[in-house]
Design a protein. Sequence first.
Length: 314
Amino acid sequence: MNSLREALDFCIRHQTILGYSVVSLLTAASEHIFSTVVFKCPCNSGNMVYGSFFLLAPAFILLLLGYMVNARIWHQLTGSCSREKECSPLGTCAHFCQVLMPMTARALVAPLTWIAVALLGANFYECAASGSSLTKRLFCEDSGTGCQEKLFKIPCDEELSAQISSERLSLQAQSQLIGWFLIASIMTVALISKCVSRCCSPVSYLQLKFWKTYSKEEREVFEIKAKEHATKLAERNTNCFFEATDPAPFPTPSKEEWQKISLLCTFDSQEVYYDMIRKYASTKGGQSAESEEAHQNRTVLTFVDEAQAGESGL
């Protein structure tokens, strides 16, 4: 039982990494199925187009799917055009780009995995490269007129592929080298980006962890409260319809209040607002929580000074 609890705790703590790993494994499995079952290189002048589409088109589709299934991007886009008059266009654009970059990084996991695995498998690249003019200049510069036709047949004839590539680097080897270079580049860029983002963070490591924990808990509580509020409102309206009674007063947030908590939010080092809901709650009634806290601190200091003065008088 303890082992199961520890395993669950591990999964919860590393759910983001585990999620990316599952997406990468599913993408790699899909690529393997496509390359072995669906993909059939035509071995003619259409090699370049056919191979390139299998290499890049699924990656583009996976990128679009990555954006579509990301709930945060819809949270930021919904109603953004109607808020242009209320917000500074420059500030909104800067904040949107700041939020869009992490979304794009998450959406790129699946397409980059597809391209990397496809390059290591070499089927798509070999088909596309065998029909390119660059490969023709590389392999057929000193050969006869039939060299181009032989290049077209490379993906379909292993003996011909070995014969043509005996003096030069084979297309499969080229594909695998490009694949490993792509993987190394992705890991390097990811590490540098992580270091830069942490170095430029306006808060410390522990406060950043607290911020992420707070945001997660706030989303969960918001969903529970929103469901409860919607259920009560639906019950009131339904009872009013069926029982022909006057609806009882039911406070609900206004459109302006919904817009305030839906704006783009980035961490402010001057005012500790971890999310727009906390900023709304802190500034509710015209007095921020920080001002109240400062007032309480001043009251405590005054009380301490008076107590010290009383002790010195004694």
